[in-house]
Design a protein around this ligand. Structure first.
Ligand code: NAD
Length: 252
């Protein structure tokens, strides 16, 4: 499904990351991949995933560092001269703001969370645009807390709502060039980022008992949808939010 396609995967922290499940699905479908890692401390946890998917490149990327993203795209341009798809699977919020009320969120925490978790997707879309002259697929990862108030998701709810709105705008603006932009919205999955959410165990329990499928979804299931959205089979699909949550979003 992805043979002959080049993809950039941002957001692998370790083998349990949603981005790792997606990378495995992309590679399994025949894509050639470049992965990024946050810093030297993260590298030993990302390297095994890069090896598993036979990544062509493993590049450092801390989105809070100026010019780091530009360097990644320059490396991609030099290696492949083009890019077919991109996965943005990144989120960050300072702990004190993540754990407090939305009403109390500091200006600094709000700006940081928006910058790393949302604006970085716009920056990636802008840098990908010239490399996708033959069209392409941009994907990001959100959560149901973008749509409804989910207890303890706090400020990440508004941040993800902005991310979903940005994705629709990117889809509208880059659509004429054949570049699609879509949102994956998985149910709760035990990952490093998820461990930062207060009472995450309650979300896990809720998914197990209240989703129509009465179970948790896996990163492989998210990966299967991502591989479809990256492929030409999804050529008519853009601006969407796809829930991979066992149907949890249909229930009050
Ligand atoms: P994860 O911890 O495995 O991945 C989060 C990634 O964000 C890590 O690779 C981390 O290095 C990266 N990141 C954070 N700050 C960064 C920075 N400054 N520069 C570059 N990278 C940075 O956790 P995950 O659950 O796989 O999260 C991936 C995405 O999925 C996030 O957007 C998250 O909000 C979203 N999501 C997660 C769940 C869940 O339950 N786990 C559900 C829905 C959506």
């Amino acid at each position: 499904m992805l043979k002959g396609k080049y993809g950039l995967v941002v957001g692998v922290a370790n083998g349990q990351s949603i981005a790792a499940g997606c990378a495995r699905a992309f590679a399994g479908a025949g894509a050639e991949l470049a992965l990024t890692y946050l810093n030297e401390r993260a590298l030993p946890h990302v390297q095994p995933v890069a090896e598993e998917v036979d990544a062509a490149a493993l590049l450092p990327l801390d989105l809070s560092q100026e010019d780091a993203l530009e360097a990644v795209f320059e490396s991609v341009r030099q290696r492949w001269g083009r890019l077919d798809f991109l996965l943005h699977s990144v989120a960050f919020c300072p702990k004190e703001d993540l754990h407090g009320r939305v009403t109390d969120c500091s200006a600094r925490g709000f700006a940081q969370a928006m910058d790393i978790s949302c604006h970085s997707f716009l920056r990636m879309a802008k840098l990908a645009e010239p490399l996708m002259s033959a069209g392409g697929s941009l994907m990001t990862v959100s959560y149901y807390g973008a749509e409804k108030v989910v207890d303890h998701y706090n400020i990440m709810g508004p941040v993800k709502a902005a991310l979903e709105a940005c994705t629709r705008h990117v889809a509208a603006e880059l659509g004429p060039q054949g570049i699609r932009a879509n949102v994956l919205s998985p149910g709760p999955i035990a990952t490093r980022a998820a461990s930062g959410i207060d009472h995450f165990d309650a979300l896990i329990e809720d998914a197990k008992t209240r989703s129509p499928e009465r179970r948790l979804v896996t990163i492989d299931e998210v990966g299967a949808v991502a591989a479809f959205l990256a492929s030409d089979a999804a050529s008519g699909v853009t601006g969407t939010v796809t829930h991979i949550d066992g149907g949890r979003h249909v229930r009050m």
